[in-house]
Design a protein around this ligand. Structure first.
Ligand code: GLC
Length: 610
């Protein structure tokens, strides 16, 4: 195809795209009560049967920390509603809101005491409906966090269950009478949890420290809790539990939510025989024995349950999405969460291997390997890349070298928004907010940081208030006593300041997301690595079928200037003319690379093939 023909086709395509974008209703997923118009991406080429979440940019919002509308120092739903224009302008398709249900807040919302309401700290159900309507109006969907593994110990189900051994909910949680303290194999860790001569039935421990079994005198039994003792695990082998939790999800699906992020999904079932976990030697950050995690996670029943859950959610129109909090050890384990070739379980289990792999570093060889795996080892399922969330140090700190952190964050954003994966980001990542780990134990709010100090300092660092302005409390709250301190860098790292700077990280996010939304190759083009032996520069092409649209991406992950060879012809692209769409360094914007491209240290570059 001649260059001129390619140009003509692209101009035509562009015109069609503009028209499509203008016509696109940007309507979030409809509730069953509304008409079924599932498509909302506003992206060229989008059709009615196009699945919105395959192209989406999803932002996690931690409601305590996003925006405080009533001056109590804690974020709330109205605060989110007031900032929807910002999210729309950023190009966000959906927000995942961390739990905002009534909760004693032991685990800041992950201990739910009522699944069908809003915690008064965050507002009311009416506030939620207003948020949803206002988001819908802007083409933004709402995804809720759904905690299936456990409830709060104040939930009425648990209060009833704990009251006796023969109440109607007696079997809704994982109860056990324990074993005599002198039973063979009982170790010191178990013996520390002795009550009247009995100890827990095995050595299982809580993720958050100590034994996973808690004694209840009224039942003279232990209950199991994978997380805090205030988070008793539900008994998913009881069909009544499944029915009740499915009802909860239907309650929100009817209210119009676009899907769920399923919390701690691998932990739902435990070994039915209650066998000990293997002791791996040494101790963890909470000072407890290091145990394998084979008996308390990833049990086989999980997959049947997910198929039933998938089928239930599919009764609702609009391609509601099921996202999973999965920390798979390898790509085969990730594939299992999709239902492998059957594709009948989760839509988007989180690919934590890319962003959180044990060997994760800002290195072209590393990213080429993990991205290639997600392209080839998932039976064609849609990958979901995640680099940041409310449980881990922010990626700018994990990948940064301390000298080029913003450039490195631009490189991470380039992978996130130009690869084929669905993109999950986290509030403040777009600004380069950094992890603010507390310096003194007395300042820690997250309980694991108190019990684990100083080895484990908790998760407060990645949950600090959103930085909106250079003004008081960074514009997060009118109250100087914010629930966590505002990070000291807020005068320069904030929405207002960065919006005015075309070279800021925020401007880079906006530019890339805008290109992702309008460019057909980025929308659903295939993905292939180029220059595959280069240890420093990660480069790939995205090609839309028919080869009339292609995008080339190159990220220099080294501290030296590097030249890459594009090899476009060997990638099946019949053109050598490439025009810059986005460049993280000034000066790169005007180049028109042909066969090779020279990138300054840590530069990211995105170009369109003409
Ligand atoms: C998930 C959440 C985390 C929470 C835990 C228990 O890992 O992301 O914040 O503490 O589950 O619900």
């Amino acid at each position: 195809m001649s260059n001129q023909m390619v140009k003509l086709k692209l101009i035509l395509l562009f015109a069609v795209c503009l028209l499509a974008a203008a016509l696109s209703a940007q309507t979030p997923a409809d509730s069953p009560a509304k008409s079924s118009n599932p498509q909302a991406s506003g992206t060229p080429g989008a059709s009615a049967d196009d699945i919105w979440w395959k192209h989406a940019v999803i932002e996690e919002i931690y409601p305590r920390s996003y925006a405080d509308s009533n001056g109590d120092g804690v974020g709330d739903l109205k605060g989110i509603t007031e900032h929807l224009d910002y999210l729309r302008d950023l190009g966000i398709d959906a927000i995942w809101i961390a739990p905002m249900y009534p909760s004693p807040q032991v685990d800041f919302g992950y201990d739910i005491s009522d699944y069908e309401n809003i915690d008064p700290q965050y507002g009311t159900l009416e506030d939620f409906d207003r948020l949803e309507a206002a988001a819908h109006h802007r083409g933004i969907r709402i995804i809720l966090d759904m905690v299936l593994n456990h409830t709060s110990d104040r939930h009425k189900w648990f209060v009833e269950s704990a009251s006796s051994r023969d109440n109607p909910k007696a079997d809704w949680y994982v109860w056990n009478s324990g074993i005599p303290v002198d039973s063979p194999g009982v170790g010191d860790f178990q013996k520390r949890n002795e009550h009247d001569g009995v100890v827990p039935p095995n050595n299982w421990e809580s993720f958050f420290g100590g034994s996973a079994w808690q004694w209840v005198p009224a039942r003279r039994q232990f209950y199991y809790h994978k997380f805090y003792k205030q988070q008793p695990d539900l008994n998913w082998r009881n069909p009544a539990v499944e029915a009740a939790m499915f009802d909860v999800m239907k309650f929100w699906l009817r209210r119009g939510v676009a899907g769920f992020r399923l919390d701690a999904i691998p932990e739902l079932y435990e070994d039915a025989q209650l066998r000990d976990e293997r002791d791996l030697g040494g101790t963890n950050d909470q000072g407890d024995p290091n145990l394998e995690e084979v008996r308390t996670a990833n049990q086989p029943e999980m997959h049947d349950l997910l198929r039933r859950l998938r089928a239930m959610v599919d009764e609702f129109p609009g391609n509601r999405v099921l996202i999973g909090e999965t920390y798979p050890p390898n790509i085969a384990a990730l594939d299992a969460w999709y239902g492998r070739a059957a594709h009948d379980e989760l839509d988007l289990p989180m690919d934590m291997l890319v962003g959180f792999g044990s060997d994760a570093k800002f290195n072209a060889t590393y990213f080429r390997r993990v991205i290639a795996e997600s392209e080839t080892e998932l039976h064609g399922s849609q990958p979901l890349f995640v680099f940041d969330n409310h449980d881990n140090d922010r990626s700018i700190d994990r990948f940064g070298d301390g000298l080029h952190n913003v450039q490195i964050a631009k490189g991470i954003a380039t992978i996130l928004f130009t690869s084929r994966a669905t993109a999950m980001t986290y509030y403040g990542a777009e600004l380069g907010m950094i992890t603010q780990t507390p310096k003194r134990k007395e300042d820690v709010k997250d309980p694991i940081g108190i019990t684990g100090w100083p080895r484990e300092k908790g998760r407060d660092g990645e949950r600090t208030p959103m930085q909106w302005t250079p003004g008081p409390q960074a514009g997060f709250s009118s109250n100087p006593n914010t629930w966590l301190p505002v990070a000291p860098d807020y005068k320069t790292v904030n929405v207002e300041t960065e919006s005015a700077d075309p070279n800021s990280l925020l401007s880079w996010y906006k530019k890339l997301i805008a290109i992702r939304r309008r460019n057909p190759a980025l929308h659903d083009g295939s993905m292939a690595m180029i220059d595959t032996n280069d240890p420093d520069v990660l480069s790939f092409v995205r090609v839309r079928q028919g080869k009339n649209s292609a995008v080339v991406v190159a990220i220099n992950m080294s501290a030296s200037t590097k030249t890459v060879t594009l090899h476009l012809r060997s990638s099946g692209i019949d053109s050598n003319t490439v025009r810059t769409l986005a460049a993280s360094e000034q000066g790169l914007e005007s180049i028109r690379p042909t066969e090779s491209l020279t990138l300054p240290p840590f530069a990211s570059w995105v170009g369109a093939v003409q």
